[in-house]
Write a protein that binds this ligand. Structure first.
Ligand SMILES: *[C@@H]1O[C@H](CO)[C@@H](O)[C@H](O)[C@H]1NC(C)=O
Ligand SMILES: *[C@@H]1O[C@H](CO)[C@@H](O)[C@H](O)[C@H]1NC(C)=O
Ligand SMILES: *[C@@H]1O[C@H](CO)[C@@H](O)[C@H](O)[C@H]1NC(C)=O
Ligand SMILES: *[C@@H]1O[C@H](CO)[C@@H](O)[C@H](O)[C@H]1NC(C)=O
Ligand SMILES: *[C@@H]1O[C@H](CO)[C@@H](O)[C@H](O)[C@H]1NC(C)=O
Ligand SMILES: *[C@@H]1O[C@H](CO)[C@@H](O)[C@H](O)[C@H]1NC(C)=O
Ligand SMILES: *[C@@H]1O[C@H](CO)[C@@H](O)[C@H](O)[C@H]1NC(C)=O
Ligand SMILES: *[C@@H]1O[C@H](CO)[C@@H](O)[C@H](O)[C@H]1NC(C)=O
Ligand SMILES: *[C@@H]1O[C@H](CO)[C@@H](O)[C@H](O)[C@H]1NC(C)=O
Ligand SMILES: *[C@@H]1O[C@H](CO)[C@@H](O)[C@H](O)[C@H]1NC(C)=O
Ligand SMILES: *[C@@H]1O[C@H](CO)[C@@H](O)[C@H](O)[C@H]1NC(C)=O
Length: 420
């Protein structure tokens, strides 16, 4: 009997219901059958449900745990889009999924006027197993430590936690993030030493630990990173020498910034200037002494910054070997030579800062040939002579020529007859 009815009513599963339905008169049975259909027509949105939620339930739960650890203090309440009723893959601000599996692959939140997060990073972030990108930037009210649990994120390629208020040490097991390409933790209050094991991250391309309070030696294992292009350790409290392993290691190195640490480099390491493919070097504020090195031919340097050191001697004429140079910052040293007119041969030069040195002689007139110049500073030297006529030089603010011996001509006072 029951099986007869089942031909019409497919929803009939529980035996008792089935019997009850079967005993009804035919008209009532028909009504019962049509009723859901009718409701379906009246409320298509609720019932049709052809798209069940894509978002992985486990990942959704982890995200909600993260959300409960931070409060969003803005009127817009950007995290209010994070509601279980909505699909996290499509409707949660900052969240992206793998569209096949519904696993969360990317979480990007940038604090701004519209989003002010406050609180701590939940260990639940470690339970997003498909996460490739974790970016939480600019949240000065996010404090606490980097959860150790992040070591579980073996798919992670980008861990970017810049400009927050994080403290504590780097989790020692970060090296388990074996897919990591970009580790950027700049401008927090992180401290302690860099774990040696960081040197085992074979895929790491960019390491930025700048503007924190890291200390201790720079581990020599860092030199083992075969893919590292960008190393920024500036504005920390690192001590000791630069490991000698750096000279032979780091084959992919493109940019290095060690500025403002308590390192004892003594002089500019000569390998830094002979290294192929190195383009940006910043050694400002490292108490370097000695002279500027010889600049080798075919240099790939695009930016050289040795500001705020104790460098003496001269600016070598063969600075013109730096044919790719765009930025040269020699400010706040004790360089006591003329400005070589060969500098005019560095055709792409855009920024030239030689302020606060002991330079003598004129600003070479032929620097007018540098058509890319955008910024210069000659302040506080012992320069003397006519400022080059060219529009670029004469239209600078007088401040960039101030406190010299006897510079003259626009924008300063006219030169007297004695000065050519
Ligand atoms: C968040 O709101 C509370 C109360 O309105 C306020 O006291 C607190 O300073 C706010 N925090 C931020 C980070 O704006
Ligand atoms: C989504 O996940 C599947 C299964 O893990 C994987 O094969 C695919 O490459 C992923 N898609 C993307 C865009 O990552
Ligand atoms: C984080 O900030 C909150 C509010 O500013 C403060 O109450 C809490 O003690 C801080 N936590 C840590 C670990 O510094
Ligand atoms: C690393 O992430 C930062 C912040 O998003 C970005 O500016 C930088 O270009 C990234 N570097 C690499 C090598 O992907
Ligand atoms: C930086 O770390 C040192 C210890 O290594 C500590 O004495 C100092 O207070 C820290 N500075 C800041 C700004 O946290
Ligand atoms: C130097 O850079 C070029 C092009 O960017 C690249 O092809 C080459 O492999 C690099 N050399 C090294 C030693 O990394
Ligand atoms: C910097 O190093 C010198 C000598 O190595 C030491 O006396 C000084 O305390 C260090 N300063 C900091 C801030 O670590
Ligand atoms: C800078 O170097 C000089 C001489 O080498 C040394 O006396 C001085 O302590 C150093 N200063 C710092 C801050 O390391
Ligand atoms: C510099 O490059 C030129 C041409 O590209 C080449 O002939 C010369 O050998 C190179 N010099 C050095 C020292 O690499
Ligand atoms: C040189 O480096 C210092 C410290 O990192 C920085 O403040 C300065 O702006 C740099 N100079 C140029 C011209 O970028
Ligand atoms: C570079 O110039 C310096 C001083 O002007 C000189 O001693 C040195 O031999 C020159 N080096 C090269 C490679 O031209």
């Amino acid at each position: 009997m029951c099986s007869n009815v089942q031909r019409f009513i497919t929803r009939c599963t529980v035996k008792q219901n089935c019997i009850a339905i079967a005993e009804m008169p035919n008209q009532q049975l028909l009504l019962l059958f049509l009723l859901p259909l009718l409701l379906l027509l009246l409320h298509p949105g609720n019932a049709q449900n052809p798209n069940p939620k894509l978002c992985s339930p486990d990942d959704q739960l982890s995200l909600l745990k993260f959300k409960s650890g931070v409060s969003d203090n803005t009127t817009t309440k950007a995290l209010s889009t994070w509601r279980p009723a909505r699909d996290c893959c499509f409707h949660w601000k900052g969240v992206r999924c793998n569209l096949t599996t519904g696993a969360v692959t990317s979480l990007k939140l940038h604090c701004s006027q519209g989003l002010k997060l406050q609180g701590a990073l939940s260990p639940a972030l470690g339970f997003l197993p498909s996460l490739r990108v974790l970016e939480l930037v600019g949240c000065k009210h996010i404090n606490g430590t980097i959860p150790r649990n992040l070591q579980r994120l073996t798919q992670l390629q980008q861990l970017v936690l810049d400009d927050n208020n994080l403290e504590g040490e780097l989790p020692s097991l970060l090296h388990r993030l074996s897919s990591l390409k970009n580790l950027s933790l700049s401008n927090n209050r992180l401290a302690g030493e860099i774990p040696r094991s960081l040197g085992t991250l074979l895929t790491l391309q960019s390491l930025d630990l700048s503007h924190n309070n890291f200390s201790g030696f720079i581990p020599k294992s860092i030199a083992n990173l075969p893919a590292l292009q960008n190393l920024d350790l500036s504005f920390n409290a690192f001590t000791g020498h630069l490991p000698v392993s750096f000279k032979k290691g780091l084959p992919a190195l493109n940019s290095i910034d060690l500025s403002y640490n308590n390192l004892t480099l003594r002089t500019i390491p000569s390998w830094i200037l002979h290294r192929k493919n190195l383009s940006d070097v910043n050694l400002a504020g490292l108490n370097l002494t000695g002279n500027l090195p010889e600049f080798p031919p075919n240099s790939t340097l695009r930016s050289l910054n040795v500001s705020n050191n104790e460098i003496r001697g001269e600016i070598p004429r063969n600075i013109s070997n730096l044919q790719e140079l765009e930025t040269l910052d020699l400010s706040k040293n004790k360089i006591a030579s003329r400005i070589p007119s060969t500098l005019r041969l560095v055709e792409g030069l855009q920024v030239l800062d030689v302020s606060y040195n002991r330079l003598v002689g004129p600003i070479p007139r032929r620097l007018e040939m540098l058509k890319s110049l955008a910024r210069v500073n000659f302040r506080n030297n012992r320069l003397c002579g006519r400022i080059p006529h060219g529009e670029f030089f004469s239209k600078r603010s007088a401040r960039v020529y101030a406190n010299n011996l006897c510079l003259c001509g626009l924008p300063l006072k006219p030169c007297s007859n004695i000065i050519p």
